[in-house]
Write a protein that binds this ligand. Structure first.
Ligand code: FAD
Length: 391
């Protein structure tokens, strides 16, 4: 009789309240039963499973940490656990959810007026309105803080937006997209809630991605779009406000990396116990065990790190450099874990049906989005040395 596969080696889950544990298991069960069976097919065909949206909405996990507006007001820790549970089965579904619940709702929650929150958050919580977050541009990625070329200009009829946004998750079908643009008058970054039927707003799907293929990323063009003042995020006055959203979502991405690594590790461990070579399970070979232990060591370090990260968040102590350190460490270690998981599975490791190939590919996107390793490292570097290497 083999021991059960236990990827929570230090029993971190023991620290959860019974209520949190119940929600964790509910989400895990949903992901295993409803998402696992369909995910490879959608990933292969580069399509989004729209039928899952009402099912995820029913779990009542969207906008989990926000107070009011139909949101549950639960802890950041619980939100992190959910991100990890989603990514443990599929990082694309976790990303779709992160864009909706974190980036899009978070922009409105953190930077919107009372009226804007009341107008959008309850519908987004129920996932009846789907959101996207448009910061990155074709020529501006890491340098978004000072370099946005999408412009906004105030006129008598409202604001006029011009420019392009690239890589925008959910944008091909989102009802609203948060667009970040530079004001030509005061040179500051402002945010806008742009509805999909706005004249001059168009989206082209980015095709042939080799990672997160279920996520529908769009190239957005804004051509003389007129946006009412009431749809400008009233509390977004500089890029520092955009960064408040990113601090929160980067912490979520660290948790997603943990889930992705865990899914790969569990699949790989299971495989090595069943696969026989030289008349024995390959899990009995010393060199395979060494790989598995290295994977588990990294996974355990990540799990304990993100747990503390969320404690900092929940006690109001989280700083940009905390979120950045966790995002760098976890996405880097995840890249290593998924690659080892692939390795111990031999040729089958590159077949979609064995479930690890998808994690291997998806880890590349997690590694680069929400700030690359270099950019998040420079945020930490600035905080520990006192010197900014950005400019
Ligand atoms: P670049 O900025 O061109 O960077 C290229 C390389 O140069 C990187 O290795 C980078 O680290 C390095 N580099 C840049 N500057 C420095 C420096 N100062 N010092 C050292 N190295 C440096 N954006 C959104 O706004 N909304 C979304 O929903 C969204 N979803 C995404 C989904 C996916 C699947 C992907 C891949 C991206 C998504 N993005 C989204 C964009 C993402 O945030 C950017 O890809 C990321 O910020 C990096 O920008 P870039 O790709 O333009 O790379």
């Amino acid at each position: 009789e083999l021991p059960p596969i236990n990827a929570d080696f230090y029993n971190v889950d023991e620290k959860l309240s019974p209520e949190d544990r119940a929600l964790q298991l509910k989400v895990r069960n949903f992901m295993e039963k409803e998402i696992q069976p369909i995910v490879n097919e959608y990933w292969l065909h580069d399509e989004f499973p729209f039928e899952i949206i009402p099912k995820i909405a029913e779990l009542n996990i969207c906008g989990l940490t926000y107070e009011g507006y139909g949101c549950a007001g639960r802890s950041s820790l619980m939100e992190g656990i959910i991100a990890s549970e989603l990514a443990r089965i599929d990082a694309s579904v976790a990303t779709f959810f992160g864009v909706q619940s974190g980036l899009a709702m978070g922009s409105i929650y953190l930077c919107g007026s009372e009226a804007q929150k009341e107008e959008w958050l309850p519908k987004m919580q129920q996932m009846k309105v789907i959101g996207a977050f448009g910061l990155t541009e074709p020529e501006v990625g890491s340098g978004a803080a000072g370099g946005l070329t999408t412009t906004c200009r105030k006129t008598e009829n409202g604001w006029i937006l011009n420019g392009q946004k690239k890589w925008i998750g959910n944008a091909t079908f989102s009802d609203i997209t948060i667009i970040w643009a530079r004001d030509v008058d005061d040179d500051q970054v402002k945010g806008f809630i742009v509805k999909k039927d706005t004249p001059g707003f168009s989206v082209e799907k980015i095709k042939d991605k080799m990672a997160l293929r279920i996520v529908q990323n769009g190239l957005i063009t804004l051509n003389e779009c007129i946006i009412d003042e009431k749809d400008r995020l009233q509390e977004a006055n500089t890029f520092k406000d955009t960064a408040r959203v990113l601090q929160m979502t980067r912490a979520g991405v660290a948790w997603m990396a943990v889930g992705c690594a865990r899914g790969a590790y569990e699949n790989a461990l299971d495989y090595t116990r069943k696969r026989k070579q030289f008349g024995k399970p390959i899990a009995s070979f010393q060199l395979i065990q060494n790989h598995l232990v290295e994977m588990l060591s990294n996974l355990t370090a990540m799990q304990t790190l993100v747990f503390r990260l969320s404690e900092l968040q929940d006690s109001g102590q989280l700083k940009d450099e905390h979120a950045s350190l966790a995002k760098v460490f976890c996405s880097l270690r995840t890249r290593d874990i998924v690659s080892k998981a692939r390795e111990v599975m031999g040729g089958n490791g590159i077949l979609l049906e064995y479930n690890v190939a998808r994690f291997l590919a998806d880890a590349e996107a997690i590694y680069s989005y929400e700030g690359t390793k270099e950019i998040n490292s420079l945020i930490v570097g600035r905080s520990i040395t006192g010197f900014s290497a950005f400019v």
